[in-house]
Design a protein around this ligand. Structure first.
Ligand SMILES: CCCCCCCC/C=C\CCCCCCCC(=O)OC[C@H](COP(=O)(O)OP(=O)(O)OC[C@H]1O[C@@H](n2ccc(N)nc2=O)[C@H](O)[C@@H]1O)OC(=O)CCCCCCC/C=C\CCCCCCCC
Ligand SMILES: O=P([O-])([O-])O[C@@H]1[C@@H](O)[C@H](O)[C@@H](O)[C@H](O)[C@@H]1O
Ligand SMILES: [Mg+2]
Ligand SMILES: [Mg+2]
Length: 210
């Protein structure tokens, strides 16, 4: 389900992203510069606005800069300049951005003495990081792990809608979104670990490639 969303969303965004990518390349901007600048923009939105309770502004700013995560790869592919370091930087900066978002949400909820929400935000931070780590570790061992419901886009969307609604005074929305996200993130970790386990079994069973 998540993949279908991502593919259709990416396709829909392409018409917007490609002209921007082309202009930036012409201006001499590199994909790596966009990766870093986009992350800095997310930090400003999350830490400068979200953490201070400006959830609508924070969510919109984070959304705008998080979408540059589509732009950097598009620029790399367009220029024929996709690099290993770029892939490494892209994924690493995603962890920085996600940590800022959930850290900001946890901080703001703590200032509101909503400690149940703080617990949920910290669970999202840990489980979301584990979703990505499991994939990266599997790939480092030569396996694949392109599975799971709550990938990064879905995680940002869930916290984003929750943050937006609470920003418009639908008070319980953010905490509900965080507990829902914590649950689906943990489920996704299980999906990915099961996928890697099955792959490893195939490799080590008679007739496997191992
Ligand atoms: C703190 C305030 C409280 C609330 C905070 C809320 C924040 C969030 C709010 C909403 C989030 C919605 C935005 C979602 C953004 C999604 C971004 C994302 O996840 O992108 C994932 C992919 C891109 O993945 P990837 O980076 O892997 O692909 P690339 O194309 O970049 O390719 C990587 C390869 O490219 C090469 N490379 C890359 C970089 C580089 N420097 N060098 C390189 O060589 C290399 O080979 C790499 O391997 O995107 C997708 O797949 C799916 C697109 C999803 C589109 C989003 C749809 C939603 C749009 C609008 C959101 C409105 C939500 C409204 C509610 C939210 C509040 C406003
Ligand atoms: O969806 P997810 O696996 O948690 O996280 C993803 C990483 O695994 C991937 O390396 C990166 O390129 C994506 O942008 C996203 O950050
Ligand atoms: Mg990217
Ligand atoms: Mg990325």
């Amino acid at each position: 389900m998540a993949k279908i969303f991502q593919v259709s969303a990416r396709a829909g965004m392409t018409r917007v992203v490609e002209p921007v990518a082309r202009r930036l390349l012409r201006a001499g901007v590199t994909p790596n510069a966009v990766t870093v600048a986009g992350t800095l923009g997310v930090l400003v939105g999350a830490l400068g606005f979200g953490a201070r309770g400006h959830l609508v502004a924070g969510a919109l700013i984070v959304t705008f800069f998080a979408l540059t995560d589509l732009l950097d790869g598009t620029m790399a592919r367009m220029s024929g300049g996709a690099t290993k370091f770029g892939a490494f930087l892209d994924s690493s900066m995603d962890r920085v951005a996600d940590s800022a978002v959930f850290g900001a949400v946890a901080y703001w909820l703590a200032t509101q003495h909503q400690y149940s929400g703080v617990a949920a935000a910290l669970l999202c931070l840990a489980a979301g990081g584990l979703v990505s780590y499991v994939k990266a570790r599997a790939e480092g061992l030569g396996m694949t792990c392109n599975v799971g419901f709550a990938e990064r886009t879905e995680r940002l969307l869930i916290v984003g809608v929750g943050g937006l609604l609470t920003g418009f005074n639908v008070d319980p929305a953010l905490e509900i979104a965080l507990w829902l996200l914590a649950a689906v993130s943990i489920f996704t970790v299980g999906q990915r670990m099961a996928h890697v386990y099955r792959q490893a079994q195939r490799v080590h069973t008679p007739g496997g490639q191992g």
